[in-house]
Design a protein around this ligand. Structure first.
Ligand code: ZN
Length: 358
């Protein structure tokens, strides 16, 4: 043996867990009246926008450009590019259902992607790429296609660090890097500049909403956002901070921070300086009320943490308080399904149709 056996380790995470117990959630949802709720919402949005760095992002012209257009069965898949910050560009697929009549307006879904599945390629159902067939089939990742087949106009963006937005350290066509991301690296750079990847992702989606606002075919009061895992993170934050989103579906990304991100370790892009001092996930979702929100949880999803669904239900109960207060209980649903870290969709399409398409 070239080393010496260490029989006892002196670790630091238990101390962090203790600190969490003492200091977390200082700006959590608490309101006894609608007036208190509105005041909490306004101040918490401002504080969270500052924490994640949204307030330091730079505005610019979108300069939209159509890059390609491919006819698929029942819809056209276009690739677009917009400028989200000066000289920072975001490519996205726009899935346009066939058969729109002149002057017709359709509801719209942003379909945000998670980790390890090639960025926008998965929600856009690119099973023509062999490396994506198994991930898409196994976790039902082609939810963008499911929505366009139901008549929605769907936008599937690449989040920073994924797909065509990978930094040089993660570029290449080999399967592992093609499916991977440079989110870890980007978040490290960002937090050192007072930004965060959470903030940059949310900002980019607000710019996508700006672009959506320029499209005559989209019914502006019927815009939704959905996503699994990292796509759930993006959806949660966008819906919490931007009221242009009328309906949100957060799948596989809803649990208490302590169990899921402190006792468990996940990708760096989940971490924002001082965030846990401020809120937990249920508080962020409480900012979405009274707009429609469906949370989807796999009862075997290991990311829920050691206590499993209990760690989810505690957060759901926080959020439910905001929906009760606003009299919008019917716009909030929690679907627990038997399964793991996958998109289920069992209640999703009916729920979204109810709030965006009826
Ligand atoms: Zn990440």
């Amino acid at each position: 043996m070239n080393t010496e056996h260490i029989a006892k380790y002196y670790t630091s995470i238990p101390g962090l867990a203790d600190r969490f117990n003492r200091t977390a959630g200082q700006w959590g949802f608490q309101a006894a009246s609608l007036e208190e709720y509105e005041a909490w919402k306004t101040s918490t949005r401002a504080r969270l926008g500052e924490l994640i760095g949204m307030t330091r992002m730079d505005m610019c012209d979108l300069r939209p450009e159509l890059l390609e257009s491919v006819q698929q069965e029942n819809y056209r898949r276009e690739k677009w590019l917009i400028q989200v910050e000066p000289d920072v560009w975001m490519p996205f697929y726009l899935l346009m259902p066939d058969g729109l009549q002149p002057g017709e307006k359709r509801p719209c879904m942003i379909a945000a992607h998670g980790h390890g599945t090639g960025g926008k390629l998965s929600p856009a159902g690119r099973t023509d790429i062999p490396a994506l067939r198994e991930p898409i089939a196994g976790a039902h990742l082609d939810y963008g296609v499911s929505f366009v087949q139901r008549g929605y106009i769907v936008l599937c963006p690449d989040a920073r660090g994924f797909g065509e937005r990978r930094e040089s350290s993660g570029q290449g066509d080999e399967e592992s890097v093609f499916l991977g991301s440079t989110c870890n690296q980007l978040n490290m750079m960002a937090i050192s500049l007072g930004l965060s990847l959470t903030g940059m992702w949310t900002w980019d989606l607000t710019r996508l909403l700006d672009y959506i606002g320029t499209r005559q075919e989209i019914a502006q009061e019927r815009i939704g956002c959905c996503g699994l895992s990292g796509g759930g993170l993006q959806t949660l934050w966008l819906a919490a901070l931007d009221e242009r989103v009328s309906c949100a579906v957060v799948s596989g990304y809803f649990y208490g921070y302590k169990d899921a991100l402190l006792n468990l370790y996940n990708c760096s892009c989940n971490y924002v300086p001082r965030l846990w001092e401020a809120v937990d996930m249920g508080d962020i979702a409480a900012l979405i009320a009274p707009r429609a929100l469906l949370i989807e949880t796999g009862d075997q999803d290991p990311l829920n943490g050691e206590r499993g669904v209990d760690n989810v239900r505690e957060q759901v109960e926080i959020t439910a308080g905001a929906y009760r207060l606003t009299g919008a209980e019917d716009r909030f649903a929690h679907h627990i399904f038997a399964g793991g870290h996958v998109w289920n969709g069992g209640q999703t399409y009916k729920f979204v149709d109810r709030w965006l398409n009826e």
